[in-house]
Design a protein around this ligand. Structure first.
Ligand code: SF4
Ligand code: SF4
Length: 112
């Protein structure tokens, strides 16, 4: 069991999720975060901290398709363990749909 991040995360970076994670298992892309499935201890404390509801347990049917993305990107993106400023359009992006097709990039974030 692990938690995963889905496309709702794109263009957010509120990173309240990062701040509460006890094992620092978030990894940062240019415009979204992912969770390393082998490092997540399944505690669930990050889920209610995420305004766009991008964090799901992998027991949810809709989480399955995001699991590989979380695994693959967490191998190439840098770790992020501390809160950073949200993205400029984070509030507007919260309710936007179809963000993966429009904005996903494998480019890494800065990490910290
Ligand atoms: S709060 Fe949710 S949407 Fe925002 S960066 Fe964290 S996981 Fe992504
Ligand atoms: S479920 Fe717990 S360990 Fe997993 S990413 Fe969220 S806060 Fe971190």
């Amino acid at each position: 069991m692990t938690y995963i991040v889905n496309e709702n995360c794109i263009n957010c970076k509120y990173t309240d999720c990062v701040e509460v994670c006890p094992v620092d298992c978030f990894y940062e892309g240019e415009n979204m975060l992912v969770i390393h499935p082998d490092e997540c201890i399944d505690c669930g404390v990050c889920e209610p901290e995420c305004p766009p509801e991008a964090i799901l347990p992998d027991s949810e049917p809709e989480a399955t398709k995001w699991l590989d993305l979380n695994r693959d990107m967490s191998e190439i993106w840098p770790n992020i363990g501390q809160k950073i400023d949200e993205m400029p359009n984070a509030k507007a992006a919260e309710s936007e749909t179809g963000k993966f097709d429009k904005y996903f990039t494998k480019a890494p974030g800065k990490g910290n």
